[in-house]
Design a protein around this ligand. Structure first.
Ligand code: RET
Length: 269
């Protein structure tokens, strides 16, 4: 059972979580349209990255909608105490998030290898390990989160450590791919800045996930729940949507340097 089921919430606490979760799936839907509509602004070889963004957004939207409802259906307002109290016959779960990441994490990592230029051997090695380590990081964390409120948190910690080992490996791979991409002659100073920002997104936004996982240990209160849901949402919007916008900027730039100027083509037509 996750920590969210152990507390009653003030109207403010309950509403903040309900609103943050709603905002979150609305952003996913908005981003879906953005990526579908900007797809033709890049060369065909980069469009696979936009297609993947759209596909992931459909799945993210559906899963996150379910996740938001899991919160909304789990509590009832009690006018006597003026608090939202847990329904006796339902349980909240963060599990949907993990399932969503299982799709997103390998895709986010793969997309990078489709946009930046890498030698075939490096690209394939990175792709295979991105999928293996990315999925194992999420799956081991998924198992661990079932033990977050156990009397003895031994398994919670064991799975956390295992998941972190894969996390470090993913970081190492991302670092290699990004430093490799910076060597590309077609990438100018602005492009290198975008690549550095992408690296910072990995460094900071991805780090919020293990922090949120540890919330039952760091702050085991109703406020802790609110902070955890906000952290997950900030991380998700940054790691997905902002990352994708940056990646498509890079693809626009590379397309232009390869002679594909979408605005000029449109003017002619
Ligand atoms: C877990 C378990 C505890 C240890 C670690 C974790 C890392 C999770 C990460 C998730 C990234 C998700 C993304 C989703 C985008 O949509 C599984 C919480 C290290 C890094 C980027």
């Amino acid at each position: 059972m996750t920590m969210e089921n152990f507390f009653s919430f003030t109207i403010m606490q309950y509403d903040i979580v309900a609103h943050v979760l709603t905002l979150w799936y609305a952003v996913m839907l908005a981003a879906l349209f953005y990526f579908a509509m900007t797809m033709y602004q890049v060369l065909p070889k980069y469009r696979i990255s936009s297609v993947l963004s759209v596909v992931v957004m459909v799945s993210a939207f559906l899963i996150l909608y379910t996740q938001a409802n899991s919160w909304i259906n789990n509590f009832t307002f009690d006018p006597v105490t003026n608090m939202y109290v847990k329904n006796p016959d339902t349980l909240f779960t963060n599990g949907y998030r993990y399932l969503n990441w299982l799709i997103d994490v390998p895709t986010l990592l793969l997309q990078m290898t489709f946009v930046v230029t890498l030698t075939a051997a490096v690209a394939w090695k990175a792709r295979i390990w991105f999928v293996i380590s990315g999925c194992l990081m999420i799956l081991t964390g998924y198992v661990g989160q079932f033990y977050e409120m156990a009397d003895d948190r031994m398994w919670f910690w064991i799975w956390f450590v295992v998941s972190c080992a894969f996390f470090v490996h993913v970081y190492y791979l991302v670092y290699q791919v990004i430093t490799g991409a910076k060597q590309d002659k077609r990438i100018d100073e602005k492009g290198r800045k975008i690549l550095s920002t992408i690296w910072y997104i990995f460094l900071f936004a991805w780090m919020l996930y293990p922090i949120a996982y540890l919330m039952p240990v760091i702050m085991n209160t109703a406020d802790g729940v609110v902070i955890r849901q906000i952290l997950f949402t900030i991380a998700d919007v940054t790691a997905k949507v902002i990352y994708w916008v940056l990646l498509s900027q890079l693809a626009f730039m590379l397309s232009r340097s390869e002679g594909y100027d979408y605005n000029a083509i449109k003017k002619k037509a």
